[in-house]
Design a protein around this ligand. Structure first.
Ligand code: LRH
Length: 432
């Protein structure tokens, strides 16, 4: 994506799109990181000279560099089975404030061999290292590792020592930094520019791109995952919060992204893959008319790994004494109504646990195109749902870069700009 940002508007152009296809090698699911890096270079070349570049990507996963700065093996995908046996947290919630997910970085590192590792870089930082030669740990993403102390705003060094992890592998945490591209990279893409640190966790950038006014809003960053929560000035580290499995991820400008990971559209995406990718629109139209009482818990562990989701939904229904969806339309309806209910629970929990009142739900990301999901979410939460922008993360990324150049002001200004530049749709709750 390239962006044109002025004090009046922000406009995105999709310069290049490339596939992100994980590869299973000898039983382990990996990211094809070199093909992603090549896609990045192709995009930069096509986009032409840019004042700066910012990278955001999914959280948690990492690459390990050896003493010469070379990558040791392809990064492992968080959906790989290597963390299957981990059922309990090893990082104290009162320190890291992180939701327990079996594949959190801290748990993956416990399954990794670190003897040859000199540096651990999270995915966007790894790509940034290849562009610039600089190694850092951008703050918003570092906060998703389970090794970040949310109160001290640094690596949780005591925990790192207690777990026996080598402290050398953790680069300095930073935000707002800038680094020039390597000369060979500049030669390859045809111009030189600098890499600016943005919210490198895609969800952090997406939350910047939420077109909210004031602070009484919840957000759902809805793509493969759905990240559902509120923005707070400080973390909530209570026992209730831990039991509700809420996370305190670092946001831009010292904010806390207080949220829960809900499995998200992944379940639908996997169904579509198993069905050989039928066109989505007719299926959603049929799902809007379909009726089924079946409800799944999207966070059931059986839905995490890639596989035959329609069969797993049927299996879930059998396990829970429900009638399984009878056709594709009913299956899609079941997934979407289950997501809407999971969103309702997460919004209600966020409000209860943080004490932050909420008057509107902003649904951003690819899911904001899904009118049925937006309407079901409005109905379930009893709140208006403002849908869009689809590209909230790219907008948030571009706006933070533009701010570093003095083009825009604070978070409220950035959101104001998004609101003025994007067409948004509001779904009012329908009485049940
Ligand atoms: C969304 C996301 C989410 C993480 C998950 C691994 O893309 O970054 O915030 O929990 O991927």
């Amino acid at each position: 994506m390239s962006a044109d940002v002025s004090a009046e508007s922000v406009r995105l152009v999709e310069e290049h799109r490339f596939l992100n296809r994980p590869v299973r090698v000898a039983g382990t699911l990996h990211w094809d990181i070199l093909s992603l890096y090549q896609g990045l270079l192709d995009g930069l070349r096509k986009a032409g000279p840019a004042e700066s570049v910012g990278i955001d990507a999914w959280a948690i996963d990492y690459g390990l560099l050896d003493r010469d700065g070379a990558l040791i093996g392809n990064p492992v995908h968080y959906r790989d089975g290597r963390t299957e046996k981990i059922t309990e947290r090893i990082d104290p919630y009162e320190v890291t404030g992180l939701q327990f997910l079996r594949f959190n970085t801290v748990n993956q590192l416990a399954c990794d061999r670190l003897d040859r590792a000199e540096t651990m870089l999270l995915i966007p930082d790894l790509l940034g290292y290849w562009l610039t030669g600089e190694r850092w740990a951008e703050r918003t993403n570092a906060s998703t590792t389970g090794l970040y102390d949310v109160t001290k705003r640094d690596w949780a060094w005591e925990l790192i020592a207690r777990l026996g992890l080598p402290s050398r592998i953790f680069p300095e945490i930073s935000d707002g930094g800038v680094a020039a591209l390597r000369a060979d990279v500049a030669a390859e893409i045809g111009y030189t520019t600098s890499l600016a640190q943005v919210g490198s966790h895609d969800t952090a950038s997406a939350v910047v791109g939420v077109p909210a006014t004031g602070d009484r809003f919840a957000y759902i960053s809805c793509g493969t995952w759905s990240l559902v929560g509120v923005e707070l000035p400080a973390p909530v580290l209570t026992e209730e919060s831990r039991l509700a499995n809420f996370t305190n991820e670092a946001g831009i400008d010292g904010t806390t992204r207080y949220l829960r990971n809900v499995m998200g559209l992944w379940i639908l995406q996997e169904c579509l893959r198993v069905w050989d990718d039928p066109p989505l629109e007719p299926l959603l139209a049929a799902a809007a008319e379909a009726r089924t009482d079946a409800v799944i818990d999207p966070d059931d562990p059986s839905f995490l790994p890639p596989g035959d989701m329609p069969a797993r939904i049927a299996d879930y229904c059998a396990r829970t004494g429900q009638t399984a969806p009878e056709d594709r339309a009913q299956a899609v309806r079941c997934i979407l109504q289950s997501l809407a209910l999971a969103y309702q629970r997460a919004v209600a929990d966020a409000v209860r646990l943080s004490g932050r009142p909420v008057e509107v739900v902003h649904l951003v990301g690819g899911g904001s195109r899904n009118a049925l999901l937006c309407q079901l979410t409005a109905d379930a939460t009893g709140l208006p749902v403002v849908a869009g922008p689809v590209e909230a993360a790219a907008l948030g990324n571009a706006l933070v870069q533009a701010r570093a150049r003095g083009v825009v002001g604070d978070l409220a200004d950035m959101r104001d700009l998004v609101r003025r530049s994007e067409s948004l749709r509001t779904y009012e709750p329908r009485g049940q």
